[in-house]
Write a protein that binds this ligand. Structure first.
Ligand SMILES: [Zn+2]
Length: 348
């Protein structure tokens, strides 16, 4: 973390992927309240964060457990908003996000990171939509009833299967309701199926470029172009193992290389932020098993308060503040206008 008290730049930030609900829910189950205000707000303010998309993530894969976890996480976010109504707001549309910003509140949007809470029941999706969930990631890096995920390890093979019949039903139901699909974690076959059956913009909330770091968790050039062609955005991910396959080169500079590559492929209008910050939630020195080796995993930017590290790097590479503003918030704002149906396609 740098020692600035506020971002040096007045560039608003929307972060398209944060495991906020999971963290808040766990801490509330430990008896705490006001977790976002005490553990996140200063970092949000210092980074000029206006809005975050919070993942709903069920660790359990058993349907009843996962449903309960999903509902608990949604409930935890609402409880936090109820405790701090002048500071936080759950938002369901682009208009509500703008209103929250005008009121000086942090806008929180809700997103499934894996459809586990739905079990095999597409009808339940409408309940979560009614609760404010607006993005649907069909799977995490594992198989579920809807789809199969791309694992970090090459030696853990995806089945290679695409969307199941249930997964397709979820896509259609999500698009009917006005939710947007999120393809981060989805395997290649699932991505191809989605491209064929979906009609609306979709996003990759937290993924980088496979051309720079070859993990299947990152996007191929064709996938980046496809997301852009559909009018969606890709949120760049600050997690070291998505930035680089080598710890020493997992840096802000390498993260900016991903931005450069996406700009060349798709244009700057389709890049966003999905930092996926996690270090503050886990013990120091946390490692992950990747390809049979234990790899240290870390955030290449330390939370939102350190976002100037990225801004400085992008400015140094010749991006103007207005262009950085597109990446940091405006492109995602455009995509948010496609929420809620009504036939808008979110294209610029
Ligand atoms: Zn993720």
């Amino acid at each position: 973390m740098n020692n600035r008290t506020l971002s040096s730049y007045n560039i608003p930030v929307i972060d398209a992927h944060l495991d906020l609900a999971m963290d808040v829910c766990q801490k509330r189950q430990d008896g705490r309240k006001g977790v976002i205000v005490s553990d996140y707000l200063e970092s949000f303010r210092r980074g000029n964060v206006k809005s975050v998309i919070s993942a709903i993530f069920a660790e359990g894969t058993m349907p009843e457990t996962a449903l309960r976890q999903g509902m608990r996480q949604v409930a935890a976010i609402y409880a936090e908003v109820e405790e701090s109504p002048d500071i936080l707001a759950v938002c369901r549309s682009a208009e509500e996000v703008l209103k929250a910003e005008r009121d000086g509140k942090i806008a929180i949007l809700l997103s499934f990171e894996g459809a586990e809470p739905l079990g095999q029941d597409a009808d339940i999706l409408r309940l979560f939509y009614a609760l404010g969930v607006r993005f649907l990631g069909l799977c995490w890096s594992r198989r579920n009833y809807a789809a199969d995920g791309a694992n970090y390890s090459e030696n853990i093979k995806s089945t290679g299967s695409g969307l199941t019949e249930f997964g397709q039903q979820l896509v259609w139901e999500a698009e009917r309701l006005g939710m947007l699909i999120d393809v981060s974690h989805l395997n290649d076959a699932g991505f191809n199926d989605l491209l064929k059956i979906s009609k609306r913009p979709f996003i990759a909330s937290h993924s980088n470029c496979r051309a720079i770091n070859g993990t299947k968790r990152n996007l191929s050039d064709g996938q980046i172009r496809a997301i852009a062609d559909r009018g969606g955005v890709i949120g760049i991910n600050a997690c070291s193992i998505l930035v680089s396959d080598c710890e020493d080169t997992a840096t802000v500079e390498r993260l900016a290389d991903h931005v450069d590559h996406m700009v060349r492929l798709a244009g700057i209008e389709h890049i966003s932020l999905g930092f996926d910050f996690f270090e503050h939630m886990v013990p120091p020195g946390t490692c992950l098993e990747v390809n049979g080796k234990s790899v240290r995993v870390f955030d290449v930017i330390k939370r939102h308060s350190d976002i100037d590290a990225l801004t400085d790097t992008l400015l140094h590479r010749g991006y103007h503040e207005e262009e950085i503003g597109l990446i940091y918030a405006d492109n995602m704002r455009r995509v948010l206008r496609a929420l809620g149906g009504g036939g808008q396609d979110g294209r610029s």
